[in-house]
Design a protein around this ligand. Structure first.
Ligand SMILES: [Zn+2]
Length: 61
């Protein structure tokens, strides 16, 4: 695994970052891939949001 993995916005293939940020498959633009950590944090954020929403509704109902 590399820490410089990028994803093509055109074809969705993963490829290594290169100076021109071009996809090796189709020549499309490469973008940074978010580490899995972020999606995990999003999940927790969602639960937290749900919790606060419930607390909020308890107070104002
Ligand atoms: Zn591509």
């Amino acid at each position: 695994m590399t820490k410089h993995l990028q994803k093509c916005v055109n074809c969705g293939e993963y490829s290594l970052a290169n100076p021109e940020l071009k996809c090796i498959y189709c020549g499309g633009q490469l973008t940074n891939v978010k580490p899995p950590k972020f999606s995990l944090q999003d999940k927790f954020g969602k639960y937290r949001l749900k919790y606060f929403k419930e607390e909020f509704e308890k107070k104002y109902n």
